[in-house]
Design a protein around this ligand. Structure first.
Ligand code: 4UU
Length: 545
């Protein structure tokens, strides 16, 4: 019997709109978003204090849209962006949405080869680049299928580096936000990369409609912000959490965001005090850093009222310890994934204290099923666990150029298989109890085991490899552990060599932080599939290799 659950709240109105037009309507009534005052701050540079007002953000983005259109002969279909969070990053993202250019943000920590995969796969023909990433981009150039002449490289900076233009030098005439040529609501707005339930990172086609409906549903009591609120934005905008909840949602409620390039303990504490941050977007390992920090007591954090925490499991101990540290601050846990733009469940007007076991209730736009291994729906009267399948307006359109992966992920009827094993109580509170997909999460970042195994076996002394996550409670994160079959006699030395070799070829999140275990064989099924469950069980019982 199919058992479908729904959110216990009515869904709001979902407009068919371009995200930019939705957030910056020219007149009342065009969008469900009210007209906020142009002079309100939108984004504040957390280091320099430089502020972009809502009006400046809108006008600069529309002019950058004009500049992109003027890049003859074709306005790019897809633009990539590579760099840490910055005001310029923000403007480029808004400009792309306004101009109807699909925007593919790459992790700022990527190596040149990782970036090249995303640029090639996405088909980007323009790249917005932080000057700090120019040398790495030049290293990536020989790996790119398409040449990027200097006019296709636009710097995210106030000062130019010859022969490239900055976004400010590219500004053209303002485009008219309402006359989008291509960006109808179903057009792909964002193309983030996610490995989903299996395999290599794939482009997730997130439409304008996916994002506007997500924001509309999230604004129903979930993240209440108002003009005067200050949100802390160090979560990478290249990840869907930062990209939607950090970059777009505050603007929909007239709030401002402090932009920081990354999480660093002292700059984050300074920013909370200096800019009177009211709401911070965290991942569980950040809570641990706060708890262990000798600096917390030196800063006035009394403005901080809400911490949103998502992207990885949050323990009850952490919720309590953090609440004891900053008693006036409430923790709200949220759960979701790139493929759902991203939020699926949250504490909805509640707080995590008292419901530590739960990631929340369904967002008011989702339907859910819990499907057991045998294909049957879990029995609600028994509180059984099952894989969470969800259906709703913010489920991605599919994977870019990959219908097979799309079909494997979205079942007939529009049900997206999350790969997470979930239980639900009688009042609709969901708990994530296990993950059946391959994915490893290192401090909220995705690590795809298949990608790591593909890399590892390229090492001359690695004969076979199996990669799994192992949870480290002291850092509140999974670590990446490799089980390796190695050639040669000095296995210890070879293992050290492999770890260093990976560190030179993969982003920080993918380094072998959980160590290497040398084995005689990788457990496999008769058809040759790695039996990850066995490796995961083994990893749990082996604390430190
Ligand atoms: C246990 O991490 C994300 C999205 C995070 C997010 C953050 C704030 C969502 C909504 C929000 O409001 O996306 P991905 O695609 O990088 O990773 C998705 C996976 C999930 O399938 C699940 O396995 O990350 C894990 N995950 C969580 N696990 C995400 N949130 C949680 C959570 N508890 N709260």
């Amino acid at each position: 019997m199919v058992v479908i659950y729904e959110a216990p709240y009515p869904a709001p109105f979902f407009p068919q709109q371009n995200v930019f037009q939705y957030l910056f309507p020219e007149a009342p009534g065009i969008s469900p978003i009210p007209l906020f005052d142009d002079s309100l701050p939108a984004f504040v540079d957390g280091v320099t204090g430089r502020t972009l007002s809502r009006g400046e953000l809108r006008d600069t983005a529309l002019r950058l849209g004009g500049g992109m259109r003027a890049l003859a002969p074709d306005t790019p279909e897809v633009a990539c962006i590579w760099g840490f969070n910055s005001l310029e990053w923000v403007v480029a993202a808004y400009a792309c949405m306004a101009a109807g250019v699909t925007f593919s943000p790459a992790n700022a920590g990527y190596t040149p080869a990782e970036l090249a995969h995303q640029v090639n796969d996405s088909g980007a023909s323009l790249i917005f680049l932080a000057p700090s990433h120019l040398p790495a981009f030049n290293e990536a150039q020989p790996l790119l299928k398409r040449a990027f002449p200097p006019d296709r490289i636009v710097l995210l900076s106030e000062t130019s580096v010859s022969p490239y233009k900055t976004i400010y030098e590219l500004l053209g005439p303002k485009i008219v936000a309402r006359r989008f040529d291509r960006a109808d609501a179903g057009a792909t707005a964002w193309l983030c990369y996610s490995s989903g339930t299996t395999g290599l990172p794939k482009g997730v086609m997130t439409s304008h409609f996916n994002i506007t409906s997500q924001i509309q549903a999230g604004n129903v009591g979930f993240q209440r912000m108002r003009p005067g609120d200050m949100v802390l934005g160090f979560i990478p905008y290249s990840h869907i959490y930062g990209g939607v909840i950090g970059l777009l949602q505050p603007i929909s409620q007239g709030a401002a965001t402090v932009v920081l390039p990354r999480f660093d303990e002292v700059p984050v504490l300074q920013a909370i005090e200096r800019f009177q941050v009211t709401m911070a977007l965290f991942v569980p390992p950040v809570l641990i850093v706060f708890l262990n920090s000798p600096h917390v007591k030196n800063y006035d954090l009394s403005s901080l009222k809400t911490v949103l925490c998502g992207a990885a499991p949050l323990s009850a101990e952490l919720v309590h310890a953090f609440t004891a540290l900053i008693p006036k601050c409430r923790i709200i846990q949220a759960y979701g994934m790139t493929e759902t733009s991203p939020n699926i469940a949250n504490m909805h007007r509640g707080i995590s204290v008292g419901r530590e076991y739960s990631v929340g209730r369904l967002l008011p736009c989702y339907q859910a099923r819990l499907v057991k291994e045998n294909g049957e729906d879990a029995d609600p009267s028994k509180g059984e666990a099952g894989e969470l399948w969800v259906r709703g307006p913010s489920v991605m359109k599919g994977y870019h150029n990959n219908p097979a992966a799309t079909d494997a992920t979205i079942a007939p009827g529009g049900w997206l298989k999350t790969g997470d094993v979930v239980t639900r109580d009688a009042e609709g509170w969901l708990s994530v109890v296990d993950r059946k997909k391959e994915l490893i999460k290192y401090k909220g970042f995705q690590v795809a085991p298949a990608e790591m195994e593909g890399l590892l076996i390229q090492h001359e002394n690695v004969l076979d490899a199996g990669v799994v996550g192992v949870y480290d409670p002291t850092q509140a994160t999974e670590l990446v552990r490799a089980y390796l079959v190695l050639a040669g006699t000095d296995k210890e030395r070879t293992a050290e060599d492999v770890a260093a070799w990976v560190a030179g070829r993969a982003a920080r999140a993918k380094h072998l932080s959980g160590g290497i275990v040398v084995v005689d064989a990788i457990p496999k099924s008769p058809s040759g599939k790695i039996l990850r469950k066995q490796l995961r069980e083994r990893a749990k019982s082996e604390a430190d290799p």
